[in-house]
Design a protein around this ligand. Structure first.
Ligand code: BGP
Length: 483
């Protein structure tokens, strides 16, 4: 069995909007996550519609302080329970924990000139808590939670003004926490603005006179520039600080070896890489530029943007990996039920209960592909299995399927390292059950740690160890040898 490097970082990933709760506490302003409604059985097809939010829908959501149907407002109360949760992560042996900073805790509307001191204090204590437990923070600046007012007043990232407001927020983070945090990510799944424009970009369709697609590309450009400016600021403010980009890695296979399927697959993969290309190479790739031109989509270049992108490329490339996708030009090719992201069904792969196709070998393929392309260290910052775990009458949770899932992925990571990939670390999504991003369900559980809370917020919020907890402890203690 190939081995992991001595300095390999093992840990987990969570996001503020899915775990903190305390949405109206200590001066935090509302964020786009606070208007995301619980959906009992959300397929990815409905997901797209659900994330196309309207101004009227936002007003309706903000007229209530309900947390039952707006579960991200309550999360899993990490805001108050983080010390005990960090103890559990330390018990697992974590050497790294990926968290995000809620922008609206520091800048409640996004427009303030000075940060909210209570918000600044919260994250300082959290990072000190990690330091005290020997856990390195890996911090995402923007993970699906821009201040709501930036969405309703400016149409989010479609407006260039947001760049400056974001850079102000980023600089505050670097100067307040730079002594405690070296590893940073600018935008979670930067490509996701194309799939859920509101959640990821604060875009509201009725505010996009030239159409939502054009606004998405405009938002993406503004995020690229903001990310590069933040990277430059990090280099000035935090000696030794490292910035990574973060991509939803969707490795796509051709359904058949028909050249038309292969060509369609190539287009998909190039489009997926485009988002990391801009951040890692500092320029738009020619193929994507040509495709935008053909579609009549303008990139809102301003003087200096090209230089900013070129001068501030990222130090490492990170990505989430849950599933691979399959492409076919045949309109009759069988689809994966309810999963528009991966589209065509791959007959060789099993699916999770939510239709996500499980593919450990695809992780090795992704690692080798990304390392060969970018030649920068890689970091897997999300990977995991959503499952409706069952609690036994005695309170135990037997989850061998989770162990199988992770074991298979760890084996492929080791093989990728043996193949020559420079992999810095791995953070599973999510070490503790939290509110799902897409459906706001609690029952789509990812954790090694169970949280007693159901979809509607009933429960004690008590934490308990699933069977897989002990297994992961052993994996980390042996640096990946005991799988
Ligand atoms: C990623 C997001 C996470 C996360 C995960 C699982 O796209 O970055 O925030 O939640 O997917 O998705 P879900 O919670 O919808 O199952």
């Amino acid at each position: 069995m190939p081995s992991f490097p001595d300095a390999f970082l093992w840990g987990g990933a969570i996001a503020a909007n899915q775990c903190e709760g305390a949405w109206d506490v200590d001066g935090r302003g509302p964020s786009v996550a606070d208007v995301a409604m619980y959906r009992p059985a959300l397929s990815n097809t409905e997901y797209a519609a659900h994330h196309a939010v309207t101004l009227a829908g936002i007003a309706e959501a903000m007229a209530t302080s309900d947390t039952t149907y707006y579960p991200k407002r309550r999360g899993i109360d990490f805001y108050h329970r983080w010390p005990a949760d960090l103890d559990l992560f330390a018990e697992l042996g974590f050497t790294v924990l990926r968290v995000s900073i809620a922008w609206s805790r520091l800048y409640p509307t996004g427009f303030e000139r000075e940060p909210n001191p209570a918000g600044v204090r919260f994250y300082r204590h959290l990072f000190e808590g990690m330091r005290d437990r020997g856990i390195k923070p890996l911090v995402t600046l923007s993970h699906y939670e821009m201040p709501l007012e930036l969405a309703t007043r400016l149409n989010g990232w479609a407006d260039r003004q947001v760049i400056e407001l974001f850079v102000r927020f980023a600089k505050t983070c670097f100067s307040e926490y730079g002594d405690l945090v070296e590893l940073w990510l600018s935008f979670n799944e930067i490509d996701s603005v194309m799939r859920h424009p509101f959640t990821s970009g604060g875009l509201i369709a009725e505010l996009c006179p030239d159409g939502l697609e054009a606004a998405c590309y405009r938002a993406a450009h503004h995020q690229f520039v903001a990310s590069a400016l933040a990277t430059g600021a990090l280099r000035e403010l935090v000696p030794g600080g490292q910035m990574g980009c973060m991509l939803t890695k969707l490795t796509t296979y051709p359904r058949t070896c028909h050249p038309d399927d292969v060509a369609a697959t190539l287009a998909k993969n190039l489009h997926n890489h485009f988002f990391a290309d801009v951040q890692a190479f500092g320029e738009y790739p020619a193929i994507e530029l040509a495709s935008l031109k053909r579609r009549g989509i303008q990139i809102p270049w301003q003087d200096g943007d090209r230089e900013v992108l070129k001068d501030n490329t990222v130090d490492f490339v990170s990505f989430s990996y849950y599933q691979s996708a399959t492409e076919s030009v045949d309109p009759d090719a069988e689809r994966t039920p309810g999963n528009t992201i991966v589209g065509v069904k791959n007959p060789y792969l099993p699916s999770s209960e939510w239709g996500w196709q499980i593919d450990p070998v695809g992780l090795r393929i992704s690692l080798i592909e990304l390392y060969d392309r970018y030649r920068k260290p890689l970091f897997i910052v999300e990977n995991g299995l959503g499952y409706a775990d069952v609690v036994q009458p005695d309170g135990t949770i037997h989850d061998p399927y989770r162990v199988d899932y992770f074991r298979a992925h760890f084996e492929q990571m080791a093989l990728a390292i043996e193949a020559g990939v420079d992999l810095m670390g791995y953070t599973c999504w999510a070490p503790i059950d939290l509110v799902s991003a897409s459906s706001s369900q609690m029952s789509k559980r990812y954790g090694f740690i169970y949280v007693d809370q159901d979809d509607l917020g009933n429960g004690t919020l008590e934490r308990s160890r699933k069977d897989s907890f002990t297994w992961l402890q052993g994996v980390i203690a042996s640096n990946g040898r005991d799988l």
